[in-house]
Design a protein around this ligand. Sequence first.
Ligand SMILES: C[S@@+](CC[C@H](N)C(=O)[O-])C[C@H]1O[C@@H](n2cnc3c(N)ncnc32)[C@H](O)[C@@H]1O
Length: 315
Amino acid sequence: LAFHSDVARYRAAVTVVEVIQRSTDFLARKGVASPRLNVELLMAHVLGMPRLQLYLNFDRLLQEKELTAARDLIRQRGNRTPLQHLVGSTSFCGWDLRVGPDVLIPRPETEQLVERALEFLQRRTGRGERPWTVLDFGTGSGCIAVALAKGSSATRVVGCDVAAAALRVAAGNVAAHGLTDRVSLVLSDKFSALQPGERFDLIVSNPPYIPTPLIAQLDPEVRDHDPRLALDGGTDGLAFYRVLAADAPAFLRSEGRMLLELGDGQAGEVRAVLEGQKWVVEAEDADYSGRIRFLRARHQSLLPAGARESRSSES
Ligand SMILES: C[S@@+](CC[C@H](N)C(=O)[O-])C[C@H]1O[C@@H](n2cnc3c(N)ncnc32)[C@H](O)[C@@H]1O
C-alpha cells in the first residue's frame, strides 16, 4: 500500500517550472495580458518568495497544498480577477500598499502625478517654513497621500473620499507606513465634510473620469473589479473636474495650486472647464506614451492683485 501511494504521489508530482508553463498557456488562452509574469507573481506569492527566486527553484516539486493554492489563484486570474486582488497588495512609487475590491488599484500613471506633486512640494518646502499641506481628493487606497507624505517629510496630507470602505483600506496603509501623525483621512462627499476655512498649498486628484457609457467597454479586471464609484465620471467623464473647478478655490491658499490626472484625450475639455471657472493652466504634461495626462493650474482669485489685472487684460 505504501508503495502504491508513493507511486501515485510521484505521478501527481509537478515541478515549479511545469506549473509555470502550463498556467502561462492557460492564462494566455483566457486573454490575460503578460500571462507569464502573472503566473510567476502568483507562484512567488504561493511559495512566499521573491519572483526572481523562482528561477532557483524551477525543479522543486510542489507540495499538494501549494499546488492546490496555485491552481485556485490561476483559475481566479483566468476569470480575470486582478492580480493585485489575489496577492492583496501592490507597489506604488516603491511603497508596498494593501489593496482589495474596495479601492481602485493604483495605476502607474498616478506615480507620475505624485512625481509632479513632489517636485512642486520640494520647491515650496525648500523655503523651509511651516508644514506644507496637501488635499488628496478621492484618496481611495491612500496611495497618493502615502507617497507624498513619504516623499516630503515637511508635508501634511488630508485624504478625502466618499467611500467609507476605501478609507478603511487607506487607514491601514497610512498606519502601516507610520504616517498617522501627518496623514489624516476624512469621509466626505466631494468637499462637503472638509473644515470650512481649511486651506491647502496643493490639491491633488486622480478623480473618477471614465464617461459612464464607456465603462461597459473596459477590460474585465477594471469593469468588474475596480469600484464603480472610482471609475464613473458621469455622462461625459468630466463631472469631477467641474466640481474641482468650482469648489477647490475656497480650499487653496494664495500661491496654492491644483494638480490633476486626466483621462486620455480629456486635456482640451478639462482645460476648458477650468478656464470657464477662472483657472490659469500653468502646465500640461504627458505620460510615458506621450499623451497629455496631467495638468497644473492656479486660480485667478488667488493670484497677487497685479498679476490678476495683467491676466484679465490679456484675455
Ligand atoms: C480614480 S479613484 C482614485 C483613487 C486613488 N487616489 C488613486 O489614484 O489610485 C477616485 C476616487 O474618488 C472617490 N470618489 C468618488 N466619488 C466621490 C465623491 N463624491 N467625493 C469624494 N470622493 C469620491 C472614489 O471613491 C475613488 O476612491
